[in-house]
Design a protein. Structure first.
Length: 181
């Protein structure tokens, strides 16, 4: 019998190639200066992931109105055209807004660098786990584009340290779901 799920039974990490070498070289010395326990910028960013939001799926139907009632029919387009392959990752905002500015620089690099504009980010894998920590399924996103980062509001009147997050958005061309046997 399958039990109810716990929402934290997932495993996701950015691949090392997500953070370009020049961005890593820019921020790694800062992480060492603050004596963080992370060996690289990508490890630091992986520690800040708080939430992953997968898109909902909605299929468009066609309505025809007859004399007495409205009837619904399946649409004529391929279902895969209507399924969104966008997903967002919520990240913890850190002191000095460091996490925000790292991901801001990475977004600029992936969308403006001569080295990156003609290629995709390496595959992302989201692994779901059961209560014993065994893999249940892997959702693999392929041909990924990093396309958004939410706004950052800086306020002089907000003087309390608190847990804040921001979101980064991705779009994928291919989504492959594989159950583990």
């Amino acid at each position: 019998m399958l039990r109810n799920t716990k929402n934290n039974l997932v495993y996701f990490r950015f691949p090392y190639e997500f953070v370009p070498e020049e961005i890593s070289n820019k921020y790694d010395p800062l992480l060492k200066a603050y004596q963080t326990p992370f060996k690289s910028t990508v490890e630091y960013l992986n520690s800040l992931i708080t939430n992953i939001t997968l898109p909902s799926i909605s299929v468009d139907n066609i309505q025809q109105t007859h004399a007495r009632a409205t009837r619904n029919f399946r649409g004529g387009l391929d279902i895969y055209r209507g399924i969104s392959k966008e997903f967002t990752i919520d990240m913890r905002l850190t002191e000095g807004y460091l996490s925000y500015f790292m991901l801001y620089d990475i977004l600029i690099w992936w969308n403006d660098s001569v080295d990156a504009t003609d290629r995709y980010i390496n595959d992302f894998e989201l692994v779901t786990l059961d209560l014993q920590g065994r893999e249940v399924a892997t959702i693999k996103y392929k041909e990924i584009l990093y396309n958004s980062i939410t706004e950052l509001t800086l306020a002089y009147s907000d003087v309390n340290a608190q847990f804040n997050t921001f979101s980064i958005g991705f779009n994928s061309n291919i989504v492959d779901i594989s159950p583990k046997l």
